[in-house]
Design a protein around this ligand. Structure first.
Ligand code: HEC
Ligand code: HEC
Ligand code: HEC
Ligand code: HEC
Ligand code: HEC
Ligand code: HEC
Ligand code: HEC
Ligand code: HEC
Ligand code: HEC
Ligand code: HEC
Ligand code: HEC
Length: 411
């Protein structure tokens, strides 16, 4: 405490104590600010106890005319100044019991793992003297500011199963980009996916990101996609409670959700086959659901698959022929692979493709032993594609060599 402040404190302390005792009134904000409005006011540990009167006045509590002592309640009946050094922590629940009850039932107030000895208080997310409503752009819980607020703890401090890098991946997502760069407050934030007060632990069936709830959570914003998904073969089984069918996050990731045009996306054209065949070449699933396997193998053996392996994005991947959200069985008349629709499906990329073009079997299993001609065709494809690429590379090299030589001869 500075000398000036100490003198003022003494004088004011005496006056306040006399006033409060005489009138029985609680101290007003101005009384507290007489000391706490001083930028140099520090506690015994040298930490500032300055409170910015303007910030407080602009806060939701300042606006609602909540007084200092309504929160710092043990000073309500203050008799002497300076007051006690140690005060009771503020109890927000005194006025917000509904939010407090929600928080108590959340992972943030349930017993934590031993490596996380952290108590989560209201002030950790809302602040103290600068609290604003969630629709105020300056609030720590306004959509655009939510990631920073949660990442204060989740970027590093809190240890979780998948490692903190898993959570930080959100900052690479299309959702974060929309929020940060475009200021699109309707984009997905930590809170739209996990909740604010009612955040649940992984594995808790009540979590908004549980297998059971995730379609609804993403579908809140991606309404049309949710509808398509539920009409497809995967969605129909999902509704029945199957855990073997893919949900949004199996194909798009949990946090690092990107546009399909982004090379890093799990559903970038050349990566779709890997996503689908994780299940469709799985023997256990095949037996259980009577599925045809060797989908990846037969696709890889096709011209499309071979070219895709070389990075060609224009050729067909699983999703170009089957669709992706409302995938249907071949005997469903609405399926793009239903015999009646195949010509149109191939025709998207092979203009003028007739029924004859589309007739050939697509998923031909062609291992060396089973089908020599299929294997031969694959070898021919590889040779042709590798040949084309080599010629191209040779051309670039020759061109480069020519340019360099012209330059050398000039200098
Ligand atoms: C006479 C000056 C003075 C007045 C008036 C005063 N305070 Fe303080 N207050 C201090 C000082 C000095 C400290 C630092 C105490 C210490 O050394 O830890 C402090 C600390 C505090 C703390 C932190 C306590 C803790 O546990 O860390 C709170 C909260 C607080 N004051 C609230 C108030 C409120 C509310 C009022 C009005 C009712 C008020 N003060 C009036 C001087 C004052
Ligand atoms: C909405 C409730 C609320 C109101 C109103 C409020 N405070 Fe606080 N104040 C807090 C919280 C929360 C803390 C953090 C410590 C704690 O939890 O007790 C805090 C901390 C403090 C501290 C300790 C230093 C610091 O900033 O951490 C001081 C001093 C203080 N308040 C003074 C005041 C004064 C003076 C007023 C009136 C102008 C006031 N407070 C109004 C909630 C409030
Ligand atoms: C883990 C972070 C976190 C904690 C801890 C937290 N809140 Fe919140 N709170 C939020 C978020 C985020 C919102 C905005 C919710 C939304 O956008 O739907 C919010 C909204 C609110 C609202 C406004 C509700 C509305 O409908 O407008 C109040 C009041 C509130 N919180 C009080 C509290 C109180 C009191 C505590 C402590 C018992 C607390 N919060 C603890 C994150 C938190
Ligand atoms: C003395 C009662 C009281 C205490 C204690 C109190 N508040 Fe409030 N709070 C209010 C009032 C009154 C409002 C004004 C708006 C309303 O709720 O209608 C409000 C509003 C809020 C809002 C904005 C609500 C909205 O509609 O968006 C948040 C967030 C909030 N308080 C958080 C807190 C937190 C966090 C604490 C503890 C640090 C706290 N409050 C302590 C009375 C209180
Ligand atoms: C688009 C929805 C979405 C957004 C946005 C999102 N998450 Fe997640 N989060 C998930 C899903 C899905 C999981 C994994 C669920 C599972 O495996 O059961 C998850 C898991 C987590 C986990 C647990 C990881 C573990 O290993 O235990 C934490 C912590 C987490 N998220 C925090 C955050 C934070 C902080 C943010 C904001 C910076 C955020 N999330 C944004 C959907 C989201
Ligand atoms: C004050 C630090 C703090 C803040 C701020 C915070 N959290 Fe947490 N969070 C924790 C702690 C501690 C745990 C418990 C970890 C454990 O169980 O060991 C946790 C757990 C979680 C979990 C469950 C992780 C799991 O593996 O089950 C999710 C999801 C989560 N928080 C999301 C959020 C979101 C969303 C926000 C912002 C609205 C947020 N957190 C803000 C400290 C914080
Ligand atoms: C079986 C895998 C799979 C599942 C499950 C899945 N998607 Fe997709 N999704 C894809 C593929 C593949 C694409 C890219 C198609 C393309 O190249 O245009 C895509 C594209 C998208 C797009 C980009 C816009 C568009 O329509 O092309 C969004 C948004 C999207 N998905 C959201 C979701 C949501 C929300 C869910 C859950 C309801 C979901 N996806 C479930 C595979 C899937
Ligand atoms: C709160 C609303 C909201 C929620 C919840 C949400 N999203 Fe989004 N999502 C958006 C918005 C808005 C965009 C558009 C961003 C842009 O234009 O770049 C987007 C973009 C996407 C994209 C990229 C589309 C493209 O073509 O660039 C994918 C993929 C996606 N979301 C999937 C998901 C998945 C999966 C979930 C659930 C885990 C989810 N979203 C939850 C609002 C949401
Ligand atoms: C998480 C595992 C998983 C992923 C990933 C997955 N599927 Fe499936 N799929 C299944 C299961 C399980 C069924 C069986 C559902 C049933 O028959 O009731 C199925 C059924 C199908 C069917 C109907 C097959 C039949 O014989 O009835 C087609 C077609 C299909 N999936 C295509 C795809 C495509 C294309 C992708 C990638 C975009 C994909 N799947 C990704 C698990 C998966
Ligand atoms: C060029 C278009 C095309 C591509 C690419 C393609 N498929 Fe197919 N798929 C078909 C056609 C046509 C059928 C039905 C006739 C057949 O079995 O040949 C089919 C049948 C299937 C079936 C059985 C569905 C049923 O109802 O009988 C599954 C499962 C399947 N494909 C999965 C995949 C997976 C996984 C990939 C990617 C690794 C993929 N497909 C790539 C066109 C394609
Ligand atoms: C997403 C676009 C796309 C779809 C859908 C598609 N293809 Fe292709 N396909 C290509 C491209 C690109 C090539 C490379 C050569 C070319 O341009 O003709 C190719 C090459 C081929 C080739 C080998 C080269 C040739 O022209 O003879 C065959 C055979 C073929 N496709 C059959 C089909 C059949 C059958 C279907 C429908 C079941 C189909 N494709 C659907 C893009 C597609």
């Amino acid at each position: 405490m500075t000398v000036r402040a100490a003198l003022r404190a003494l004088a004011l302390g005496a006056a306040l104590a006399a006033g409060a005792a005489a009138l029985g009134f609680a101290a007003g904000n101005d009384d507290c600010l007489a000391c706490h409005g001083d930028k140099d006011q520090k506690n015994a540990q040298g930490r500032s106890v300055f409170v910015d009167a303007e910030t407080f006045k602009a806060s939701v509590h300042g606006q609602a005319e909540i007084g200092c002592v309504d929160c710092h309640a043990d000073l309500k009946k203050v008799k002497d100044f300076p007051h006690a050094d140690k005060l009771k922590p503020v109890d927000c629940a005194a006025c917000h019991d509904k939010e407090n009850a929600q928080l108590n039932a959340s992972v943030h107030r349930q017993p934590h793992r031993a490596e996380n000895p952290i108590t989560v208080s209201c002030a950790d997310c809302h602040g103290t003297h600068d609290i604003r409503t969630k629709d105020d752009a300056a609030s720590s819980v306004y959509a655009i500011n939510v990631p920073d607020t949660c990442l204060r703890c989740h970027a590093e401090r809190v240890k979780i199963k998948n490692g903190n890098a898993f959570v930080r991946q959100y900052t690479q997502s299309a959702h974060y980009r929309a929020l940060e760069k475009a200021g699109l407050s309707l984009s997905a934030t930590c809170v739209t996916c996990h909740g604010g007060h009612d955040v649940k632990a992984m594995g808790d069936p009540q979590s908004r990101v549980s297998h059971k709830a995730i379609i609804r959570t993403c579908g809140r914003c991606h309404v049309g996609i949710e509808k398509n998904y539920l009409e497809g073969v995967h969605g129909k089984d999902y509704v029945k409670g199957s855990k073997d069918v893919p949900v949004c996050t199996d194909c798009h990731n949990e946090h690092r959700i990107l546009s399909p045009d982004d090379l890093g996306s799990r559903v970038y054209a050349t990566k779709v086959a890997a996503v689908c065949s994780r299940c469709h070449d799985d023997e256990r699933l095949a037996r259980q659901y009577g599925l045809l396997t060797s989908r990846l193998k037969s696709y890889s053996d096709s011209y499309h698959g071979t070219a895709s392996k070389f990075g060609e994005t224009r050729v067909a991947n699983c999703a170009s022929c089957h669709g992706f959200h409302d995938i249907r069985t071949s005997n469903d008349p609405k399926s793009p692979i239903n015999a009646a629709n195949l010509a149109r499906t191939c025709g998207k990329c092979h203009p003028g493709a007739g029924t004859n073009f589309a007739k050939g079997k697509i998923h031909v299993v062609s291992t060396k032993t089973e089908n020599k001609s299929g294997h031969l065709i694959k070898v021919v494809y590889i040779v042709i594609i590798a040949g084309l690429i080599s010629v191209f590379l040779l051309f670039i090299a020759a061109d480069l060599f020519h340019r360099m030589r012209t330059r050398w001869t000039k200098t």
